[in-house]
Design a protein around this ligand. Structure first.
Ligand SMILES: [Zn+2]
Length: 316
C-alpha cells in the first residue's frame, strides 16, 4: 500500500470503533493492558533508579542519599566513645550507637551520638537488646527531645567498612528508623507538575578506635529502601557506600562531657561472656589497687596483664 492508498484506507477507517472493539475484547484485556502497564512500570522504575543510585555526576540523586551532614562535636563524640569502650574494657570491643538530630530538622543534620542502652558487645560484633531498643528510643524522644536520624557503630580495632552483618542490620534498622524522602519522578520534564514517590533512607557511620587523634573521618554509607513502581517487588534495599561527610563546625567536646560519656559507656555496655562493663571495670580496678604503681595502665586484658607480669618475672 502506497501513501495515497494508506490515506484512503484511514479515511474510511473507524478508529473509535476499532478501540471500542479492542477494549471489550479479551485480547485487549489479556495482552494489551498488561503490556502497556509493564512499559509504564519499567519506565518509572528506571526513573526511580536514576534518583536513588549514586553515580558520578548524577544530578537527579537526592543529596540526602549521597551526603551525611554532621556536627564536628558528634564526630568527636563517636571517636571518643569508640576509643573509650576499648580502654574501659581493657581490650578491643565494638559499640552500638545512634545518630541523632533535632525534631524539626529538615536538613537531617546529625548533632549528637547516643550510646544504645542494654547492648552486648564483642571484639567483632555488637547488638542492642529489644528492651534496650525501646528504652533508648523513649529516652531519645522524651528526655533528649531528639529523634534517631541514623545508625552507627564502632569496629573497635578493626578497619571501618560495612560488613555483611552491617548490611543485614541496616536492612532491619531502616524499617524502624528510616527517614522518608519523596522523590519527584517528573523533575527532569517541563512544567511544574510532580509525580512523588516514597523512598526511605538511613545514614550509617562506622567508627573505630584508631580515628582518635587523627583527622580521618568515619566510613559513611546511606541505606535505601523502596518498592518497585507497580509493586512487583515489595522491597528493594540497597546501600550507597560512596557517601560524602559534610562536617559542620561546632564547639569541641569538653572534659566534663567526656567524663559523663564514660559513665554512660560503663552503665549501658555488657561485654559478651564477661558481664556488665561497670562490674568488669570495678573488679579490674580493685585488682589494680593491690599494685598501685600500675593503677593508670588499663590497656590490656586481665589475662594479658598476668602474662606480662610473668614475662617480667622470667626476665629478672
Ligand atoms: Zn560493622
Amino acid at each position: 500500500m502506497g501513501d495515497e492508498g494508506f490515506e484512503e484506507f484511514m479515511k474510511n477507517f473507524d478508529v473509535k470503533a476499532y478501540y471500542r472493539r479492542l477494549e471489550s475484547s479479551d485480547y485487549y484485556k489479556e495482552r494489551i493492558v498488561p503490556k502497556i502497564t509493564s512499559i509504564i512500570n519499567n519506565h518509572y522504575n528506571r526513573e526511580i533508579e536514576k534518583r536513588v543510585i549514586f553515580k558520578e555526576n548524577n544530578h537527579f540523586v537526592s543529596p540526602e542519599f549521597t551526603t551525611i551532614k554532621i556536627k564536628q562535636k558528634a564526630i568527636d563524640k563517636g571517636i571518643y566513645i569508640s576509643k573509650r569502650v576499648c580502654e574501659l574494657a581493657g581490650s578491643d570491643y565494638e559499640i552500638y550507637m545512634y545518630l541523632l538530630g533535632n525534631n524539626e530538622n529538615k536538613d537531617k543534620i546529625v548533632d549528637d551520638i547516643y550510646i544504645g542502652i542494654d547492648q552486648v558487645v564483642y571484639p567483632d560484633y555488637c547488638e542492642i537488646s529489644p528492651y534496650g531498643k525501646i528504652k533508648s528510643s523513649m529516652d531519645i524522644r522524651k528526655n533528649l527531645e531528639k529523634r534517631v536520624i541514623g545508625h552507627t557503630h564502632s569496629h573497635g580495632a578493626i578497619e571501618t567498612f560495612h560488613s555483611m552483618t552491617d548490611v543485614k542490620n541496616l536492612e532491619k534498622f531502616i524499617e524502624s528508623f528510616g527517614n522518608l524522602k519523596h522523590i519527584d519522578l517528573w523533575d527532569d520534564e517541563e512544567g511544574k507538575e510532580q509525580k512523588l514517590y516514597d523512598v526511605y533512607y538511613t545514614p550509617s557511620l562506622v567508627f573505630n578506635k584508631y580515628l582518635w587523634g587523627t583527622d580521618k573521618l568515619p566510613f559513611a554509607g546511606v541505606a535505601l529502601n523502596y518498592k518497585d513502581f507497580g509493586n512487583k517487588r515489595e522491597k528493594i534495599f540497597l546501600i550507597n557506600n560512596n557517601v560524602k561527610i559534610e562536617v559542620i563546625e561546632s564547639d569541641p567536646l569538653t572534659e566534663e562531657e567526656m567524663k559523663s560519656i564514660d559513665e554512660l559507656i560503663l552503665d549501658r555496655v555488657n561485654l559478651g561472656g564477661r558481664g556488665n562493663l561497670r562490674q568488669v571495670y570495678e573488679k579490674h580496678m580493685q585488682k589494680q589497687d593491690l599494685s598501685p604503681e600500675k593503677k593508670l595502665t588499663l590497656d590490656s586484658k586481665p589475662e594479658d596483664h598476668d602474662k606480662k607480669e610473668n614475662r617480667e618475672d622470667n626476665s629478672q
